[in-house]
Design a protein around this ligand. Structure first.
Ligand code: PHE
Ligand code: FE
Length: 288
């Protein structure tokens, strides 16, 4: 995700904030950390992740050992959907982030977490960014959604609506669930890259699971410090793309500006409630 930084790139970065991945500088311990995380997540996800995500792992040959080399990964990804993965030093300004997405470039962190941080990390590392986000970019429909999101981001900046649009990213790209004939499946990168949340999001009675509702989402706050209190369920990637790319957000932004923000655990009368959460977990982990 992006943030509000000055537009000048840090020393060593290009004008578009990209840096070389410098794959040769990863140590054997770095690669071993990737392998540990990868093995643990794949085992967990085979019957929990969206089929499109699992297909992406295969298309991109992500099961080969070690941290992927972005150049090689980009070659495969480009053949699938015309997307590439580029390295950045950390968070980038919103405009830079949106510009890359609008041009079908996904920006990824290049550092990997330390072995004592396997379960929790406050900043996205290469495992979150690549394992979490890149497999779905091999899916043509999701690939188009991410590009449209980038274009929408550039537009939202001019309408002072970034808080609203960021909520859509959060509840789809990072924490989205998908309805399938076999039950709910995970597609959000924040969930698929987290050992604990990949169980919690589907199985725990605590969080709400609600049908995706675009204008409702634009006014829903989220937690960044713990597991989500609500997850939103899409019917298909095609439906998500259709509801977003083909909708003019300007009137939605104007409408939600006059409505109260909804708390992360809110359930409102218009919700399509798949599961009304007990919020027991959130009560044990009060807001920081
Ligand atoms: N159609 C949206 C707009 O008018 C842009 C958008 C597309 C936003 C896809 C998010 C996802 O701004
Ligand atoms: Fe992410």
């Amino acid at each position: 995700m992006a943030s509000d930084l000055p537009l000048t790139p840090p020393p060593g970065a290009a004008a578009d904030w990209t840096v070389p991945q410098d794959w040769a500088s990863y140590t054997p311990a770095d690669h071993a950390t990737w392998d540990t995380l990868f093995r643990r997540q794949v085992e967990m996800l085979h019957d929990r992740a969206a089929p499109e995500f699992l297909a992406g792992l295969d298309i991109l040959r992500l099961s080969r050992p070690g941290i992927p080399d972005f150049a090689e990964l980009s070659e495969r990804l480009y053949r699938a959907t015309g997307w590439e993965v580029v390295a950045v030093p950390g968070l980038v300004p919103d405009a830079v982030f949106f510009n890359h997405l609008a041009n079908r470039r996904f920006v990824a962190g290049r550092f990997i977490r330390r072995p004592d941080q396997l379960d929790y990390l406050s900043e996205p590392d290469v495992f979150h960014d690549v394992f979490g986000h890149v497999p779905l970019l091999a899916n043509p429909v999701f690939a188009d959604y991410m590009q449209a999101y980038g274009q929408g981001g550039l537009r939202a900046q001019g309408m002072d609506a970034l808080v609203n649009l960021a909520r859509l990213y959060w509840y789809t790209v990072e924490f989205g669930l998908l309805r399938t004939p076999h039950g709910l499946r995970i597609y959000g990168a924040g969930i698929v890259s987290s050992h604990g949340e990949s169980v919690f999001a589907l199985d725990d009675p605590s969080p709400n699971r609600l049908g995706f509702d675009l204008s409702r989402l634009l006014r829903t706050d989220y937690r960044i410090d713990t597991y989500q209190q609500s997850y939103f369920v899409i019917d298909s990637f095609a439906d998500l793309l259709d509801q977003t790319r083909n909708t003019d957000f300007a009137p939605l932004y104007a409408a939600v500006a006059d409505l109260p923000t909804l708390a992360p655990d809110a359930v409102i009368p218009q919700d399509r409630v798949l599961h009304h959460g007990t919020q027991a977990y959130a009560r044990r982990m009060p807001a920081a």
